[in-house]
Design a protein around this ligand. Structure first.
Ligand code: FES
Length: 287
C-alpha cells in the first residue's frame, strides 16, 4: 500500500490525494445526510433524480432509476467510498480511475448538465481529473503490463483487495448512517402559498424545493403533499377530483392521496414520495 506512493510522478500523488479524499468525503456527506434516503425529504435521492428529468439528456435512463432510487442511493455511497479508499491504497488504479470517469460523467449528464457555462459545474472537472490519473498510471507502466488494460481483473490478489475496499465502503456507509447529522433540511421553510388563499378542501400543484413537480392538499386533518412524479417511470401524475385519486396518464397508475399516496392501480409498485409541508403562521411551507 505504502509502496504505491513511492516512485510515482508528483502529478499522480496530487491527483490520488485529491480524488481519493474528495470521494471519501462525498460518500460521507451523503451517508450522514438524514434526508438522502428519506422519501419525505427534498434531499431524497429519488427527489433529486426526478428533479433532473426535465434537463438531463439521459432522462430516458434516469426515469427507470426512480423506482429503485433508495437502492441507487446505497450504491452511490458505497461506490464513492470504495473508489476513494482504493485510490488512496493504490489498488487497481486504472480500473478505479475509469470508474471515477464513469461516475463523474453520469453526475455531469444528470446533476450538473443544466449548469451554464459548463465549467461552473464541478463534475466536468472531476471527469477530466480522473481521466488524467488513468493516463498517468497507464503511462507509468512497463510495455508488457501496458497491454493489460485492467490488470486488476487478471490478478487474484488485486481482486481480493478490490473486494476489501468494497467491504470498507459498506462499513463506512453504515457508519455514516449511524452518525447522521441533525440538519436534515437546511433550506427548510420554502413558502408554497398562504393559508388564506388555500382553504380546507383545496388542491394545488407546486414546485418542491428539489425542483420536482408536486401536489399540495389541505383537509380538516391539515396539509400534506406528494411528489407528482410517478414511481413507475417518471411521468407527471395529476389529481382527478372526481375519483379523489392522483392518476398517471402514461400507463394508468392511480394513487390515493388520502392514504399516503399508496398505489390503488398498477403498474406502479411504490407510493408517491411524500413531501413534508406544514402551516407556519399565515403560510403553508415545505419543511
Ligand atoms: S409512468 Fe407508467 S404508470 Fe406512471
Amino acid at each position: 500500500m505504502l509502496n504505491s506512493w513511492k516512485n510515482q510522478h508528483p502529478a499522480t500523488t496530487v491527483l490520488r490525494l485529491w480524488l481519493g479524499i474528495t470521494f471519501i468525503y462525498g460518500g460521507w456527506n451523503k451517508a450522514t445526510d438524514p434526508g438522502f434516503l428519506d422519501q419525505g425529504s427534498p434531499h431524497y435521492i429519488g427527489a433529486q433524480i426526478t428533479g433532473y428529468l426535465s434537463t438531463s439528456p439521459i432522462d430516458f435512463i434516469l426515469k427507470h432509476m426512480i423506482e429503485h432510487a433508495t437502492l441507487m442511493g446505497w450504491g452511490v455511497m458505497i461506490t464513492e467510498f470504495a473508489i476513494g479508499f482504493g485510490v488512496l491504497a493504490g489498488y487497481s488504479l486504472e480500473l478505479l480511475s475509469l470508474a471515477g470517469v464513469g461516475l463523474s460523467a453520469t453526475l455531469w449528464l444528470s446533476a450538473t448538465w443544466s449548469v451554464k457555462p459548463y465549467f461552473l459545474g464541478s463534475d466536468t472537472a472531476y471527469m477530466v481529473l480522473w481521466l488524467a490519473l488513468f493516463l498517468l498510471v497507464r503511462g507509468g507502466k512497463s510495455g508488457r503490463n501496458k497491454s493489460k488494460l485492467i490488470s486488476g481483473l487478471t490478478d487474484r490478489r488485486e481482486v481480493l483487495r478490490l473486494a476489501g475496499v468494497g467491504v470498507l465502503g459498506v462499513v463506512a456507509t453504515f457508519s455514516g448512517r449511524i452518525f447522521k447529522n441533525s440538519n436534515p433540511n437546511p433550506e427548510s421553510g420554502l413558502t408554497i402559498t398562504t393559508v388564506a388563499t388555500f382553504p380546507v378542501g383545496s388542491t394545488m400543484n407546486f414546485q418542491a424545493a428539489s425542483g420536482e413537480p408536486a401536489v399540495l392538499f389541505r383537509t380538516n386533518a391539515g396539509v400534506f403533499a406528494y411528489s407528482a412524479i410517478c414511481t413507475h417511470q417518471g411521468c407527471n401524475v395529476a389529481y382527478d377530483s372526481g375519483k379523489n385519486l392522483l392518476k398517471c396518464p402514461c400507463h394508468g397508475a392511480e394513487f390515493d392521496p388520502a392514504q399516503g399516496a399508496k398505489v390503488i392501480t398498477g403498474p406502479a409498485q411504490t407510493p408517491l414520495a411524500s413531501i413534508k409541508v406544514a402551516i407556519k403562521g399565515d403560510k403553508i411551507v415545505q419543511i
